[in-house]
Design a protein around this ligand. Structure first.
Ligand code: FE2
Length: 371
């Protein structure tokens, strides 16, 4: 829903899309009515606790299993605002609207942290259980899962090893053979920003320019559409996130797309592949802090992480949660074992600093122009 806010009341049986204010008001109204009835009946009034969540997802989709499990365990109810775009601005304009925030692009969380929109997570459990490299500065957020931004190639037209690094995407050999979604989508801004931090400005610029020159068509569609492009013979290589391989395999309409491709974890002989992180944090709303912390501790727990991995096919930040079975075989052709791979771990603060620059670069190079 471009520019708008899709909001769902997260009851299990009925998901209603509505204006966000009404979404908060409706269940509370229901509670008041129920409370009135109980009082009339002469019973004690027990008000159900409500945790309010804001997330930059189009809907509750893959978060639902985690939310369901938390509701069952805590007896609380989770209500969410889901918005694909504009998360940081929303936090800025309504800083106490929600208790917790989850983003699939952790550099946005870093920006929110830098703008003073988050409270520190004071939890000994999270501190003990989340590896240090996944804790945000000042404990203002933690990374709750990650995925790799990979190169997929046509099994029948590209030989294993023919493409191995991100910089290969810019080589003349691939002219007219590459598919990718819009350069200004968060996934690509995050990737290009990591090129800039890890490889330096000049190499990153040459890489993005070379990639733009090699495109088989106008950047369009989501990541899965790029795998479909390979399946339909429109391109031979594409840039796609890791979990889509498993998600397409499990989807009868998309299985043929997944069967047409192999997956490369780039730069395994060099600095490693780039990952995109998702993250969780506390807003400035202190009113519901205890429940909010309980939720974050659940997300960080082994059980919460396992639910996250099962639903999203991302990688857990906990070493004791294994790679999703559907992801274990990925990279075997290049000698990877158990689906584990080398990561070029770019600090989120450095990435966040590149975001505006990358938006400018994408515009300047006319990356998304019609082809
Ligand atoms: Fe995605």
């Amino acid at each position: 829903m471009p520019g708008g806010v899709t909001c769902r009341v997260t009851s299990k049986d009925a998901a209603m899309t509505m204006n966000s204010r009404r979404a908060w008001a409706r269940p509370l109204g229901g509670l008041l009515l129920a409370a009135g009835a109980l009082t009339l009946a002469g019973h004690a009034v027990a008000q159900q606790r409500v945790l309010r969540l804001i997330a930059d997802r189009t809907d509750q989709g893959t978060l639902r299993p985690v939310l369901d499990a938390f509701e069952a365990r805590s007896g609380a109810k989770v209500e969410g605002v889901f918005m694909d775009q504009g998360l940081v601005n929303r936090l800025e304009s309504r800083p106490t609207e929600a208790d917790v925030v989850i983003t699939k692009d952790a550099e946005l969380m870093e920006i929110a942290a830098q703008r003073g929109l988050l409270d520190p997570i004071e939890s000994a459990v999270i501190k003990a259980e989340i590896p240090k490299e996944f804790m945000g500065q000042g404990n203002l957020y933690f990374v709750d899962a990650y995925r790799a931004r990979l190169i997929y190639y046509a099994k029948d037209r590209v030989k294993p090893g023919e493409i191995a690094n991100y910089e290969d995407l810019a080589a003349p050999k691939w002219k007219g053979r590459v598919c990718i979604r819009s350069g200004s989508h968060d996934y690509n801004l995050a990737l290009f920003g990591q090129f800039a931090v890890s490889y330096g400005e000049a190499r990153a610029r040459a890489l993005v320019q070379g990639l733009a020159n090699n495109l088989a068509r106008t950047p369009k569609g989501n990541d899965r559409e790029q795998a479909r492009g390979i399946y339909e013979g429109k391109c031979d290589v594409a840039v796609i996130n890791s979990y889509y391989y498993a998600l397409m395999q499990a989807n009868p309409q998309q299985k043929a797309w997944a069967d047409a491709v192999s997956v490369v974890f780039p730069d395994q002989g060099g600095k490693g592949s780039f990952v995109m992180r998702s993250a969780s944090a506390l807003t400035k709303n202190k009113a519901n802090r205890e429940l909010a912390l309980q939720f974050l501790e659940f997300v960080a727990s082994r059980e919460g992480q396992q639910l996250m991995v099962d639903a999203t096919k991302q990688y857990s930040v906990r070493p004791d949660v294994p790679v999703a079975p559907a992801m274990v075989r990925l990279g075997a052709e290049q000698g990877l074992v158990g689906g584990r791979f080398k990561i070029d771990f770019v600090p989120l603060a450095a990435m966040a600093g590149k975001r505006e620059e990358m938006i400018k670069l994408v515009n300047e190079l006319k990356f998304d122009a019609e082809r």
